[in-house]
Design a protein around this ligand. Structure first.
Ligand code: PLP
Length: 445
């Protein structure tokens, strides 16, 4: 049995937990398939980690990155310096988000960086406008916003905070609008949206509105279990934030560039946020890249300020890395020319409908839910009470292991299986994925 190297620690795993596991070494990728070191072909139903949206080994991506390597491998964006790919990429991002009235792009090197930057810019925005007391953040229970201290503080899953406390003070969490599990046992989407909004308003009033900088949320919650909010939720969020002068930050790290079936997740709800956090699909994962976009309202605070308070004292060595921007320009070109948001919408609808039809009868399948090509299968011990499986039982891992044997890589996350395939998935790939999952549930359920 080939085991993992002893020389590194995996993210988000106990180092002892995997000592005896058979190692999965992915050595090669081609389109929607990846290959392990034994040349076993696997359908990549997780797009690496929600990111390889254009598929593996795309010739246009390889050409763009190698051409950039021939020109300029690296230069910084500090000290007022720039390079062509960064400016072209900023222009591209602002053009793509014109509908949301985004005006400036600030580059980072990944999703956690983007969230951290967005939180900092939100606080600074209020200082520039003479409301320096607005320092607090509100977010959703179950949310995932990365692992830096700011992001971990607004994460709604307490496992990300527990061993690293104290966190950023002044962060508060309200319930996510999840029809399957919520404190009101409410399954009516409209009613639930309003319960959640009223709870948010009550928290804002309790914290005192003029102390709150921003509300941050994912348009469709990803790692927390693909929680799709009711249609009315985001428009109501926008109203509430406007009413109280609170910035609305959309963490689009997963939903940006088509995954949930629209170019941006917030666009899918007909809402323009004030700040967007981007990463993953921005460069299709080929080279690490992130960005924060701010709208005209936010940008204006900087336009009308000329003192030190306006200096953006944050940034990363690899902000807007030339190879990453070259990859980003190619990836976004593919996303647009192949209309991948529309493909995600269509293939996602097909996948969701068929998974529901074929898996719902299994006793351990609680809910199958999703939007676009982000889908979760909630695993339960009791369908009536909806009690989740014990996350330590290894049940999700066992299902994933059978799916792997059947040639498909899915992601077990505690009490769920998560599916987030490349956005170039076709119907035959959906069928392959469904078949493997049916075999897995038949065997393990
Ligand atoms: N925000 C969201 C919504 C995410 O899903 C993730 C990662 O999965 C992050 C932020 C953090 O991104 P990264 O892992 O690139 O730091």
């Amino acid at each position: 049995m080939s085991t993992y190297s002893e020389n590194f620690w995996h993210p988000m795993l106990h180092p002892n937990e995997i000592k005896q596991r058979e190692a999965i070494h992915i050595v090669r990728g081609d389109g929607v398939y990846i290959y392990d070191d034994k040349e076993k072909q696997l359908l990549d139903a997780v797009a690496g980690l929600w990111c390889v949206n254009v598929g593996h080994g795309h010739p246009q991506m390889k050409a763009a990155i190698t051409q950039q390597l021939d020109e300029l491998e690296y230069f910084q964006l500090f000290d007022g310096i720039s390079h062509p790919r960064a400016t072209e990429m900023a222009d591209k991002l602002i053009a793509m988000s014109a509908q949301e009235n985004m005006k400036k792009a600030f580059f980072t090197s990944g999703g956690s960086d983007s969230v951290e930057t967005a939180l900092k810019l939100a606080r600074q925005y209020h200082i520039l406008r003479g409301e320096a007391d607005r320092k607090k953040f509100i977010s959703l229970k179950n949310a995932y916003h990365g692992v830096h201290f700011g992001g971990a503080s607004v994460n709604g899953l307490n496992v990300f905070r527990r061993n690293y406390e104290p966190m950023l003070s002044g962060t508060f969490h309200v319930d996510a609008p999840w029809t399957y599990r919520n404190p009101w046992n409410c399954e009516d989407p409209d009613q639930l949206a309003e319960f959640c909004i009223q709870q948010l308003i009550s928290e804002i009033e309790h914290q005192m509105p003029d102390t709150i900088a921003a509300f941050i949320a994912e348009p469709v919650m990803g790692a927390g279990g693909v929680i799709v909010p009711p249609e009315k939720y985001w428009p109501r969020l926008r109203e509430v934030c406007d009413h109280y002068g609170i910035l609305l930050i959309a963490d689009e790290v997963v939903t940006g560039f088509g995954r949930s079936g629209s170019m941006f997740g917030s666009r899918g709800w007909g809402v323009a946020p004030d700040i967007m956090c981007l990463a993953k699909g921005i460069s299709s994962g080929y080279v690490p890249l992130g960005a924060v976009l701010v709208n005209q309202k936010v940008e204006q605070a900087w336009e009308s300020n000329n003192d030190f308070n306006g200096v953006i004292m944050t940034g990363y060595t690899y902000s807007g890395h030339p190879l990453a921007c070259a990859a980003g320009l190619a990836a976004l070109d593919i996303v647009e020319t192949q209309n991948l948001p529309e493909n995600a919408k269509q293939q996602g609808a097909y996948l969701l409908e068929n998974l529901k039809e074929q898996l719902s009868a299994f006793s351990s399948v609680g809910e199958v839910r999703g939007k676009g090509l982000m889908i979760a299968i909630d695993l339960v011990v009791d369908k009536q009470t909806r009690e989740p499986v014990d996350p330590m039982s290894g049940f999700a891992n066992e299902l994933a292991a059978v799916a792997r044997r059947e040639g498909v890589l899915v992601r077990p996350v505690g009490t769920k299986l998560i599916l987030s395939p490349p956005l170039v998935f076709e119907q035959q790939h959906c069928d392959e994925l469904i078949r493997a999952l049916v075999v897995a549930f038949r065997e393990i359920d």
